[in-house]
Design a protein around this ligand. Structure first.
Ligand code: 9MR
Length: 340
């Protein structure tokens, strides 16, 4: 009997080497992508095509790139990603209509009264959402509105448009009534005031009948992120009844940017355990609320963490610098099978 179990286990492990993570989960699984990489890099493109069932544009649907001048929208690159997604049968998630960051210079220079600011933002949201109407499953309507202390983040939008979050959701809904509309933010674990501010916002929007359907938890976490804190965030998020998207998952292994950092087996396996924890916890959310898990970038080599923080020794994803599956990939599949 023991021998049979061992043999079955062995065969299973062999087949797990070829198995796809997307087939081991019942929810959409995705990554954020960059159109230049999709064009230029075959290994990147293959992963984008084969491994995921959902895609998000890393940058090309943000204000700065999609609305470069007051009277000009540029959908070229966003459309390229959408076409790639559609051609390979994937869901497309929209990111992001309203953000304090990656705002074009002309918006920063804009002068006007409240009404003029509202017209600007409404026109932005509705032109973009209408362009992608029926082609995009959901939108991160508003991104990162709160500071860690739970206060509203000062921004062009907060400074000029009272109640800009609710208005943005309404405008997005008018333009694409079928789109699933998300509020998206990062770093709620261990930041109870930020988490509370987000939950209060959701309660308030729902109470007022504002169309909001989902909460995006970015999940830029690290290998030492405390599981009880992550679990609390997931529990409280699920309790809202909204769809939950782990929208930008990566697990940093060298968060302090140690120049002598070595990505050894021990760290890699701790990281794999953290991935397993995140996936298993997500599976416990009611199926109807599982909008999906999206990784932020494709391979370690393309991770924003390397460029943005000038942190060359960072390895936060499931694919290595050579676009090969890391051991965490099959550990994750095995753990998900054993939990079924
Ligand atoms: O990955 C994006 C990176 O290429 C940009 O330089 C950066 C600009 O701030 O934005 C990154 O994506 C962010 C996402 O849009 C919102 N959440 C945080 C992500 C990482 O910064």
């Amino acid at each position: 009997m023991k021998l049979i179990t061992l043999l079955l286990g062995f065969c299973y492990c062999l087949s797990a080497q070829d198995a796809n993570l997307k087939d081991a989960v019942k929810f959409p699984l995705g990554a954020s992508v960059n159109p230049r990489m999709l064009n230029e890099n075959e290994a990147y493109r293959n992963i984008a095509k084969e491994e995921w069932t959902s895609l998000t544009a890393e940058n090309h649907m943000k204000m700065m790139l999609i609305h470069p001048a007051a009277d000009r929208f540029d959908f070229t690159k966003g459309d390229e990603i959408l076409d790639f997604a559609k051609a390979s049968g994937k869901r497309m998630h929209g990111h992001t209509l309203v953000w304090h960051n990656q705002v074009p210079q002309w918006m920063k220079d804009f002068q006007g009264d409240q009404k003029a600011w509202e017209e600007l933002l409404k026109n932005h949201i509705q032109t973009v959402a209408s362009h992608y109407k029926g082609k995009i499953a959901g939108w991160d309507v508003v991104n990162e509105s709160f500071l860690d202390d739970g206060s509203l983040r000062p921004s062009l939008w907060a400074d000029h448009i009272p109640d800009y979050i609710a208005k943005s959701f309404q405008w997005a809904h008018e333009a694409d009534p079928a789109a699933i509309l998300f509020y998206n933010d990062y770093g709620q674990d261990g930041k109870p005031k930020k988490m509370k501010a987000i939950l209060d916002l959701l309660t308030d929007l729902k109470r007022r009948g504002i169309p909001i359907h989902g909460l995006g938890l970015q999940m830029h976490i690290n290998v030492d992120s405390k599981r009880n804190e992550l679990q609390e965030v997931l529990d409280k998020s699920a309790a809202t009844g909204l769809k939950i998207h782990l929208s930008e998952l990566d697990i940093a292994v060298n968060p302090k940017n140690n120049p002598d950092f070595v990505y050894d087996e021990k760290v890699a396996s701790a990281q794999a355990e953290q991935f397993i924890f995140v996936f298993k916890s997500y599976q416990k959310i009611p199926a109807a609320q599982q909008y999906g898990i999206t990784f932020w970038n494709i391979s370690d080599k393309d991770s924003w963490l390397r460029g943005y923080f000038k942190r060359p020794k960072e390895y936060p994803l499931l694919f290595d610098d050579n676009y090969k599956r890391k051991p965490a990939y099959s550990s994750l599949i095995n753990s998900l099978h054993t939990s079924n």
